[in-house]
Design a binder for this molecule. Structure first.
Ligand SMILES: NC(=O)c1ccc[n+]([C@@H]2O[C@H](COP(=O)([O-])OP(=O)(O)OC[C@H]3O[C@@H](n4cnc5c(N)ncnc54)[C@H](O)[C@@H]3O)[C@@H](O)[C@H]2O)c1
Length: 275
């Protein structure tokens, strides 16, 4: 059921790779809620061509941009305003990538050039997006800028390796730029810390299935799905959350407030050695 929450709003959505992507679901819900937007992804990801289906279904245009390139981002924000016919009301940064995770490097044996790449793609790019939006004066007042984070920014999940540092920086950038953009233009900036979700980026992390099940058993509401995440993102783009800024918002079915759960105890007891 749609509520016209984003009627008349213009946005840029980064990171829809295929229909499992969180950004893909956000685009579908934003479209149903009346928004118009431009879709963007890295030129390399475009080659897979999946995004064309989403563009067709949502009546959107696609503008490729490597989110680590200020030049690409400048072109994207300039073109998006032309295509959409005005300044931007919302931006979704749904971007993450770690070459160290892709190559299964353990935390004690990280490749530092790749570490820098993880930080650039997954965290600094968020700063670059806002830097470009500010320089071009591309955001409307009370616009909303969102990035997606994970609880490994605060707690240790060993297989998340250098992405933990990238997410910690991402959340910090949201606070610092949130202060700046709030003062400048009343633009709000937040991160959503999402449950493990079965997407290309998510399932690339070692041991994903185990911590997906663990988080599900720990959370009183179970893991939040990509669809739930999309609904939450849309409320944060809407006018009903105009005073929410500089926050890392937990969207995890209650996981982050738990110590242990009955379901986890049950599994441990079932597997305990009998003596
Ligand atoms: N899946 C999970 O378990 C989970 C949990 C919490 C947070 N997140 C975060 O959600 C976001 C979206 O990931 P997802 O799970 O939908 O996976 P996904 O693989 O579908 O999306 C990641 C996107 O990042 C894009 N990308 C990578 N390098 C880029 C670059 N240089 N420029 C522009 N785009 C680039 C990819 O092309 C892809 O579209 C990421 O920030 C991820 O860390 C995911």
């Amino acid at each position: 059921m749609a509520y016209n929450l984003l009627k008349g709003k213009r946005g840029i959505i980064f990171g829809a790779l295929d229909e499992k992507s969180i950004a893909w679901k956000v685009a579908q819900v934003a479209h149903a809620e009346g928004a118009t937007f431009v879709l963007s992804n890295a030129p390399l990801a475009m080659r897979m061509g999946e995004i064309n289906k989403l563009a067709e279904a949502t009546g959107s245009q696609i503008v490729p941009a490597d989110a680590t390139s200020v030049e690409d981002l400048t072109n994207l924000f300039t073109q998006a305003q032309e295509i959409l016919g005005g300044k931007i009301d919302f931006v979704l940064h749904s971007i993450g990538m770690s070459p160290n995770i892709r190559k299964n490097k353990p935390y004690g044996d990280l490749n530092y050039d790749w570490f820098m790449k993880s930080i650039d793609v997954s965290a600094l790019s968020f700063h670059k997006v806002m830097h470009v939006a500010e320089k071009l004066d591309a955001m409307n007042e009370y616009g909303s800028i969102l990035a997606l984070s994970y609880i490994a920014a605060q707690r240790v999940f060993p297989d998340y390796t250098d992405m933990a540092q990238a997410k910690a920086m991402l959340e910090s950038i949201a606070r610092s730029y949130g202060h700046r953009f709030g003062k400048l233009k009343k633009v709000r900036v937040n991160t959503i810390s999402q449950s493990p979700t079965k997407t290309t980026a998510g399932t690339g992390v070692g041991g994903f299935d185990a911590f997906f099940d663990y988080a599900d058993k720990m959370s009183p509401l179970g893991n939040a799905s990509a669809e739930d995440c999309a609904n939450y993102c849309v409320t944060l783009f809407s006018d009903f959350t105009r005073q929410v800024t500089m926050q890392n918002l937990m969207h995890d079915g209650g996981f982050s407030s738990m110590g242990i759960s009955e379901d986890v105890v049950e599994v441990l007891e079932a597997n305990a050695p009998k003596n």
